[in-house]
Design a protein. Structure first.
Length: 528
């Protein structure tokens, strides 16, 4: 991260807002919310916030998303068509893989004004026999360190894959789907895996955990979310500010003991991004509270063995140590910690180690096999070497997206402790932000390709592109961010509410074409 300064203004603590319920005032230009004390049931002083009248039209939303999807690497949709009605996006066209389809959906959710996405994208079928596809999916599950012990059976018919078996949680079931989606030739997945918790938990315990998970996740403004649990089934009602938040809220609701999650009553309204509704999110939290929240986040990620990770927190800086058996888990741990309220920096000192690594030739062979299955990189000739725990990747691909996808695939292979990514990118591209920690719902994370001196556009064009990226983001108030560009170097100034928004603005700047970003944004609220 190219950063000149990080400035955090400490504001006065605010009292928690409990059980915030939105009441729409249709006769005026303002919305009104009423806070209800959970103990007394009495209404507190109403909080007013002004409706955002600067929302894009359906036509503007559809045109912008369609343009973005056409230029984004990793999608390559044919005859792509995007329609929007009242902020509900419909995607039509043909894509090469399920990964491309999911990527298109998640990118579409990350635009201002989008309330939901209807997927009518068709995945191309390949001339791949059923037995080969079955073997490839099975091998991918076996080779992944987190799913190798799963009791999962695979069947394949004309590209349609069915998964059956038993795991311990919804998150493990979801992970099996994600791994199968990455296999080239898979058109659809019917996940019939059964999960059974080790013990039964009360509805009250479950609700407390869901409320806590929502409150600690920096990606979700939870002030207007009501959580109801009955017979181990969670129902989320209320309002969030973006389609991405709605998806993440669903993930947060799958805590231990949950049998089903219903988010039909969770509506997306842009005005829910109002600052007054985030006061409860940014009240001061101690290092010990942050530490416990980070540990809880690890518990619900199927890619991690949370009991092997040590967590320390010093003034909001998280220090991770301990031993994991694969590089992907180490990377994922950093991401999960960054998404916790109150965390402004993560220092990952974890080691990738095991006394039972396979022989080097076997590890090298496993990396090559994993790359050959992946829907994004299987068509390229990527050379693999492996020495003393380090995987060395070389060859040529068409984009930075494919380069870092190959790195992500290699990071999952048991025995890989470090990666040297020497893959050449044939097509000259601007720096590209790629989420190589990608799991399910969030389209971006904080990693990018190295900068290039090849400027594709003028400074004025880059500045305009960055401003558009920030304006379209549902996570940032664009009027609070100033952008200037000099010789491809972008400087961001102004204010944002949180560390995550600070990072998101920088990501937007790289997406807009900057080769270097000097991020001078001030964070006006504690991430607590």
């Amino acid at each position: 991260m190219n950063t000149n300064s990080i400035k955090i203004k400490h504001l006065k603590n605010t009292l928690p807002v409990i059980g915030l319920i939105a009441v729409l005032c249709f006769s005026c230009n303002k919305k009104q919310s009423v806070t209800t004390d959970a103990q007394t049931g009495r209404d507190a002083v109403p909080v007013e916030f002004t409706e955002d009248r600067n929302l894009p039209t359906d036509s503007e939303i559809a045109n912008t998303i369609e343009t973005e999807l056409m230029i984004q690497d990793g999608i390559a949709a044919e005859s792509l068509k995007v329609a929007s009605q009242d902020g509900i996006i419909t995607l039509e066209g043909t894509v090469k893989s399920i990964l491309a389809r999911e990527r298109a959906i998640e990118i579409s959710k990350s635009f201002k004004g989008v309330r939901g996405v209807i997927n009518d994208l068709t995945v191309k079928t390949l001339d791949l026999d059923d037995e080969t596809l079955k073997r490839n999916v099975t091998r991918s599950l076996v080779m992944d360190p987190t799913t190798e012990s799963y009791e999962v059976e695979v069947e394949a018919t004309d590209g349609h894959v069915t998964l059956t078996g038993k795991v311990d949680s919804w998150h493990e079931k979801r992970l099996a789907t994600d791994i199968a989606q990455g296999v080239n030739g898979v058109v659809s997945i019917d996940n019939n895996i059964y999960f059974d918790y080790a013990k039964t938990r009360s509805d009250e315990e479950i609700r407390d955990d869901v409320v806590s998970a929502l409150n600690w996740d920096i990606r979700v403004d939870d002030a207007l979310i009501d959580v109801v649990v009955e017979n181990s089934e969670v129902t989320l009602n209320g309002i969030v500010g973006s389609a991405s938040e709605k998806s993440q809220a669903e993930v947060n609701a799958w805590v231990a003991g949950v049998e089903a999650v219903n988010i039909d009553g969770l509506e997306v309204e842009r005005w829910a991004r109002d600052e007054d509704l985030r006061d409860d999110k940014y009240v001061e939290r101690s290092d010990e509270q942050i530490r416990e929240a980070v540990k809880d986040a690890f518990l619900y990620d199927a890619r991690l063995n949370a009991y092997g990770i040590e967590v320390e927190v010093n003034n909001g800086e998280v220090i991770l140590s301990g031993i994991v058996d694969n590089l992907k888990s180490k990377n994922v741990a950093s991401m999960n910690a960054e998404n916790v309220i109150g965390v402004w920096k993560v220092n990952n000192e974890m080691k990738v180690n095991s006394t039972e690594f396979p022989p080097e030739e076997r590890i090298k062979s496993n990396i090559e096999e994993a790359l050959s299955y992946n829907a994004y990189v299987e068509e390229f000739q990527i050379d693999v070497d492996y020495q003393d725990g380090t995987a060395i990747l070389s060859g040529t691909v068409n984009s930075n997206f494919e380069k870092y996808t190959a790195e992500d695939v290699a990071s999952k292979v048991f025995g890989v402790q470090k990666i040297e990514n020497d893959i050449n990118v044939a097509v000259s591209t601007i720096p590209y932000v790629y989420d190589y920690h990608y799991f399910h719902y969030y389209p971006y994370e904080y990693n990018r390709a190295p900068a290039t001196d090849n400027l594709a556009e003028s400074d004025a064009e880059i500045e305009e592109n960055i401003s558009k990226q920030i304006w379209w983001s549902p996570f940032i108030d664009s009027e609070d961010v100033n952008v200037s560009v000099d010789n491809g170097i972008a400087t961001l100034s102004g204010t944002v509410d949180s560390w995550k928004e600070y990072q998101q603005a920088e990501i937007n700047a790289f997406d807009g074409g900057a080769i270097v970003v000097n991020n001078n944004l001030e964070i006006t609220r504690l991430n607590m």
